[in-house]
Design a protein around this ligand. Structure first.
Ligand code: F6P
Length: 558
């Protein structure tokens, strides 16, 4: 195992500390004095046009950040990941989500741990394509011979957030008359509400779980199976016997998992199961068989376009020097804000209603990856790590939390994401509404960068205490990501961009971004507390005073 480099011991870190000591950000004069700033700091990444110029960096600071990447081995670590080295040290696994989107036919064969990775990936993709086409064409039917109208994905975390986010983002591509729904929460409300209005004869459930052991998913899968049987039996569509029930599951349940033995134990025919591999992390899995619901609803061609988008960014990362490498630069900017300027959170603000689940998706990607206090060799981190990622689409956010970003006391770097062409073109009295929408995106990034001085406020006739209240300090950093339209390929590019930003930050901090031990304790304790909920005296007695009192409250109110 290569030991992580302590970033604070590098000469780049000392340079950055020196920059900070004399740092006086002034985007107004930086732009005024340097007419080429916008052009120089705007980069193209496949279809993404990425404007970094409104960030709080000078060329010298950027150069020091790039040196930090060099000294901490970002390029070497990327290469190790792409080659299939076991960089997920705590689980002794390769990290190969990038292999999920490699085109077929690359020579020589890509063999990792004895597995022909490309061949295996494309074999599963081929099966998904074929299955998706059968469902879309009506060749695949439910137990009573009716075609599928609804696909319900049952999964949680990475087995849910990616598919939901992509489905919402690409709804205009859903062209087969099939609707998707997503059940994730073990709160019974989720399933109860999501099955409302479904026809059991035309519903296909996909149980999506990498491990096929996740409490929420297996509980919901059993509940969905019970619902299917009850509803089919109620209307006399199947007999109430084991053979009929098994037959119904075979037509209405498929599974996606790395644990195909457990899929079979659940009663799902292995023929109807799509596999992936332990080298795909849950939060990096939307481009694996976990995306089967997407291949069905959007079509195999759209799903392949999504993968091609991911791959374009992988190629950029692999072949572009650090100083022009967009995900690397964006990751380094995050390090600058987090470790040198005290930022604790990062906003992602899409100007696209279709991306309304993007921040939720990124929360798992970023925070489950880099919310760590130990490095990949088990030693403590030497710096602050993972920021809190959050966001909502514009313009809704403008009327909610932008006040704090503009005038609050905290530094909140923000990524703005926008598309030149809308999914739906509407006009308000002859005026293109999308143009008005984009004017807001441009106005916000401009206001955040350049603010409004007291003199400008006074020139508008404001006097007294109101002047301060109406003044905007500016120098609030933003990155603008623009693309022609929100297509499957562009969405793949956006997701891969953030995957590699996360990786860059993780390498600088010396973190293994691919494990998630922090989710385990709560899972263990829930299993210990469950018997106490049901009244088990010994389990109740084993709890601390606060938990005991909460359990008593629960039991008194049931
Ligand atoms: O508990 C966290 C987690 O392990 C995530 O990393 C993962 O995406 C999610 O649970 C779901 O896991 P699975 O796909 O194995 O059901």
């Amino acid at each position: 195992m290569t030991a992580p480099v302590d970033p604070t011991s590098t000469s780049a870190w000392s340079e950055l500390e020196a920059h900070r000591a004399s740092f006086a950000p002034d985007l107004r004069s930086w732009f005024a004095d340097d007419p080429a700033r916008a052009e120089r700091l705007t980069l193209e990444l496949a279809d993404l046009h990425v404007d970094l110029s409104k960030n709080l960096v000078t060329d010298d600071i950027l150069a020091s950040l790039v040196r930090l990447a060099e000294e901490t081995g970002v390029a070497e670590r990327f290469a190790a990941m792409l080659e299939g080295a076991h960089i997920n040290t705590t689980e002794d696994r390769a990290v190969l989500h990038t292999a999920l989107r490699r085109p077929a036919g690359i020579q020589p064969a890509f063999i990792v741990d004895g597995q022909d990775v490309d061949a295996d990936v494309h074999a599963v993709l081929g099966r998904i394509d074929a299955f998706a086409e059968r469902v879309r064409s009506g060749d695949w039917t439910g137990v009573t011979g009716k075609r599928v109208t609804h696909v319900v994905n049952i999964g949680i975390g990475g087995s849910d957030l990616g598919p939901v986010m992509v489905y919402e983002a690409l709804q205009p591509y859903a062209d087969a008359g099939i609707e998707a729904r997503f059940i994730s929460n073990i709160d019974p409300t989720d399933l109860a509400q999501k099955v409302q209005g479904l026809d059991p004869e035309t519903t296909l459930f996909i149980v999506a779980s990498k491990t096929f052991t996740t409490l929420e998913t297996l509980t919901n899968a059993r509940l969905a199976r019970d619902w299917l049987w009850t509803e089919l039996e109620k209307r006399g569509a199947i007999e109430a016997d084991d053979a009929a029930r098994t037959g119904a599951v075979a037509r209405h349940f498929i599974a996606v998992s790395t644990a195909l033995d457990k899929v079979a134990e659940f009663g799902i025919d292995p023929e109807n199961a799509f596999g992936f591999w332990d080298w795909v992390g849950g939060r990096y899995s939307v481009d694996s068989a976990i995306g089967t619901s997407l291949a069905i609803v959007l079509g195999p061609a759209a799903f392949r376009d999504l993968l091609a988008g991911f791959h374009a960014v992988d190629e950029h990362v692999r072949t572009t020097p650090l100083a022009q490498n967009v995900p690397v630069l964006m990751g380094l900017l995050n390090v600058w804000y987090t470790n040198f300027l005290g930022a604790q959170s990062h906003a992602v603000l899409p100007y696209a209603q279709q991306l309304h689940r993007f921040a939720a998706y990124l929360q798992q990607l970023t925070m489950e990856s880099n919310g760590k206090s130990v490095r990949w060799d088990g030693s403590p981190v030497t710096t602050d790590t993972g920021e809190v990622f959050w966001g909502e689409p514009g313009t809704n956010g403008q009327h909610a939390f932008y006040q704090l970003i503009h005038q609050g006391t905290r530094l909140i770097p923000a990524d703005f994401i926008a598309f030149a062409n809308p999914a739906y073109s509407l006009h308000d009295g002859g005026r293109d509404v999308h143009g008005l929408f984009l004017a807001n995106f441009l106005a916000q990034t401009k206001a955040l960068a350049f603010g409004k001085t007291a003199a400008e406020v006074e020139a508008e006739g404001t006097t007294g205490a109101l002047v301060a209240a109406r003044t905007f300090a500016g120098n609030r950093p933003t990155t603008s990501i623009f693309a022609p339209a929100l297509t499957p390929a562009v969405l793949g590019q956006l997701i891969a961009l953030y995957e590699h930003i996360v990786f860059t930050q993780g390498v600088v901090w010396g973190i293994n971004s691919f494990d998630q031990w922090g989710v385990e304790l709560g899972k263990q304790l829930a299993l210990q507390i469950a018997p106490a909920i049901e009244g088990d005296a010994a389990a109740l007695d084993a709890q601390d005073a606060s938990t005991k009192a909460l359990l008593a409250y629960y039991r008194a109110h049931r």
